[in-house]
Design a protein around this ligand. Structure first.
Ligand code: FES
Length: 220
């Protein structure tokens, strides 16, 4: 049965802003610690002090979190986080899919609605699928990503929600406007639908080629 998942159970309350933290989705990018150590200090308890900086600064740094582990809720009337104008999937070099946009993500067990940031596994071995847990480093995942296509116009993508469905034992099905770029930000795909490999075995990454069936990939 699919359960609604927010990952916002851990809440660090401040006067002007609350910060929520999802430890399961954190992949230790450490933008928070590096950019705002007064608020985020992994050696302190509690490790987040929401009031230790201006709310605008807290919000800006929380939005740097690529996995979506960190979010914030302004209580001072300031701007809440909004989805970017376009949905963009970046193929992290030898790593996961970094996704920013107006997102809905689901598999057979969870549904994550109204998300703006996520890191999804594409090496096939995460223990926290569909999310990345850095296992790609352990297996030395080194995919060959396609060269950019000159036919993809940068402005040819409209707004709208991107629905990402992680199929049981299968790929990620995308439904909605999306741009896929390589690590350098060069566009390799623009469209309204795509099927992406998450087993790690496709010979035409980032797209699925059916290899998941041959290798008996298993995922909820
Ligand atoms: S999910 Fe990897 S080939 Fe289909």
């Amino acid at each position: 049965m699919t359960a609604v998942y927010t990952g916002k159970d851990r809440r660090y309350t401040g006067e002007a802003v609350d910060i929520t933290y999802d430890v399961k989705r954190c992949i230790h990018a450490e933008h928070c610690i590096n950019h705002l150590p007064a608020v985020f200090d992994k050696d302190r308890r509690p490790w987040i002090l929401a009031d230790a900086a201006a709310a605008d600064h807290v919000a800006a740094v929380a939005e740097l979190c690529p996995s979506g582990a960190l979010h914030y809720e302004r209580k001072d009337g300031g701007q809440q986080e909004t989805a970017p104008a376009q949905n963009v999937i970046r193929l992290r070099h030898n790593g996961p899919l970094e996704i920013r946009g107006d997102l809905m993500i689901e598999d057979t067990t969870v549904i994550l609605q109204d998300e703006t940031r996520a890191m999804l596994c594409r090496c096939g071995v995460s223990q926290n699928k569909p999310f990345c847990d850095n296992q790609h480093r352990e297996i030395h995942f080194e995919p060959v990503d396609p060269a950019p296509s000159g036919s993809q116009e940068p402005g040819a993508l409209g707004p709208g929600r991107l629905q990402i469905v992680a199929r049981h034992n299968g790929p990620l099905e995308l439904d909605g406007p999306v741009r896929i770029v390589n690590e350098a930000g060069e566009t390799i795909f623009v469209g309204q639908a795509a099927i992406l490999c998450r087993c790690g075995g496709s010979s035409r990454k980032p797209f699925c080629d059916g290899t998941h069936e041959r290798i008996a990939f298993t995922a909820e």
